[in-house]
Design a protein around this ligand. Sequence first.
Ligand code: SF4
Length: 322
Amino acid sequence: MTDISKATRQQLSDHFSLDIGTVKEKLVSKDGTKKWLLNFGGKADVETVFIPMAASDDGHITGTVCVSSQVGCTLACSFCHTGTQKLLRNLTASEILGQLMHVLHDVGDFPVLKKKPKPRTVTNIGQGEPLLNPTAVFSAISTMTSPKALGLAPWRVTVSTSGVAPTIERISKELRAGLAISLHAVTDELRNELVPLNKQYPIAAVLQACRDYLSHISHENRHRRITFEYVMLKGVNDSLKDAKQLTRLIDQFPAHVNLIPFNPWPGSKYECSTSEAVEAFWKEVRRAGIECTVRTPRGQDIMAACGQLKSSTDMKVAASAI
Ligand code: SF4
């Protein structure tokens, strides 16, 4: 910017950065899902995914961006590929925002032209779990939703958590954002095994946190549902008894259950439930009057499930170092 003084330019470059990450790898699935491995300096590479939905009548495609808040994860959920990667570091707010900005650029949604509005391509944002980096996550979402910045509607942002109970209330109180709970089991005994964080925040504490979350949602918005994520593991958590217990636990909430057919990865000890078991589980949840969907696997040909691109890249790097 040559129309400002040299001193101001120097100050800007000393204190601000326009870095939205360097692309280490970009993959595009045949179903349109895009996945980036971004680098913001140093060793840590960050995964970001864009999942397109069906096109509207005029052919305009909309979709969801999933952004990461950490590189790796400490929680070691036994079914999760990301849990096999050690935590390298928390991301900063600007690195979380950088991921979104990157996708906005890529799909032609940036700059956001308020004077000449055009249909947005990125309509939803998923802030990846576990919610153990809240300072950066809350700061990034505040910027995403600020009218002075990206101006996205707060309820279009969904914060996922594996059940960090003390922070859940703040998602509605401070951000007015949506909430997704990775539940995956209906007894503490099983959840302790699948999601070890449950030993610290058991199911009852997580459900209380959901009630606290809802207490800050205005009456006219009370129809907004909490999403409960439930990975389907063959013979582990997929019985009709589990489905019935799930409905008993969550029928106190405006809820949406998202059943996730398990996506096997090398070395995992679980198998995906049969399609009959998934359907029976789905019917049982629906029978209780709770909205329930079965997640369609997206981007399988580019390993777009959580953590997979990064792990495969790490493996290639490790192999080339031998
Ligand atoms: S499921 Fe989520 S919280 Fe658990 S290890 Fe994987 S990324 Fe971490």
